[in-house]
Design a protein around this ligand. Sequence first.
Ligand code: HPA
Length: 278
Amino acid sequence: MEVFAAAEAAAQLILQRTQLRPRIGLVLGSGLGGFADSLTDATRIPYSEIPQFPRSTAIGHAGQLVMGKAGAVPVAAMQGRVHLYEGYSPQQVAFPMRVFRRMGIRALILTNAAGGINRNYRQGALVLIRDHINLQGTNPLVGPNDDRFGIRFPDMTRAYCQGYREIACQEAGKLGMDLHQGVYAAMLGPSYESPAEINFLRIIGADLVGMSTVTEVITARHMEINLLAISCVTNMAAGILDRPLSHREVMETGERVKSSFEALLRAVLPPIERDLSP
Ligand code: HPA
C-alpha cells in the first residue's frame, strides 16, 4: 500500500478507539516514557495492533501509542520510538509521523536521551534542540515525493520552532529549572561514538549527540508540523569523562530526571495548545 493510504488507515484505526482528538503528538525517548503512564482517560494501543506501524525493539521503549489527557490537554504519545539502528528504513521510522498528521496532529514534542558534547552540560541536564546536523547518511524523504504530505525540498532553517522554545524557557523558569539550547548531531549508531568522533562533532558545532529524532523532525517539517525537541543529557559523550559509556547509565539518568522532565512536559502543553489556531 502507498504510504499516504497506509497512514490514513492507521490513523482511522487509532481514532476509532478513542473519543479524544489530540492536536499535539509526543514522542518519548529512552527512559523517558513514564510521562505516558500519567495520562488520564487513556487508551493504550500496542504498535503491533496498528497496521504498518514499526515495533520498537530497544530496551527502555514500551512500544505503544497512548491517547490520553495531560491535565486538560489531549495528546497522542508514542511511548517508545524506533531507530534506524534497529534496521528500520528511514521511511519506516518516519511512518508514525505520517500517521500523526493524518490523525490531525499539528504540533509535536520530541524527546530523547543524548550524550553531552558541550562541556557546560552536566549529566541530567535538559537541552532544547535549536538545530541539528544529520550524519545518519540518509533522509526519510529520499524517493518520490508525495505532494499531499509536503513539498520536494522542505526548508530546515526554522525546523525547531522559536516560539515553542520560548514557551519552554518561560515554563522552565517558572519551575526553577535550568534549560540549555544546543545543536544535536544525529548518528546512525548503535555503537556509541569514539572519542575522536566526539571531538569531530564538537569542532563542527554539535553540543549533543544521539541516534534518533532527526528522521522524525525532517518528516514533521515536510508536513509543516511545528515542533519542540528536548534532549536529556543522560551521559557525557565518549572521551569527555574518563570512563566507558553504557546503556545502563543512559537509563539510570533518565530515571533520575524523570520528575523534572515530566513537569516541564506538563507545563509546556497548555501554552502550545493555546498557540495552535482553532
Ligand atoms: N551517544 C549517542 N547516543 C546517545 C548517547 C551518546 O552518548 N547517550 C544517549 N544516547
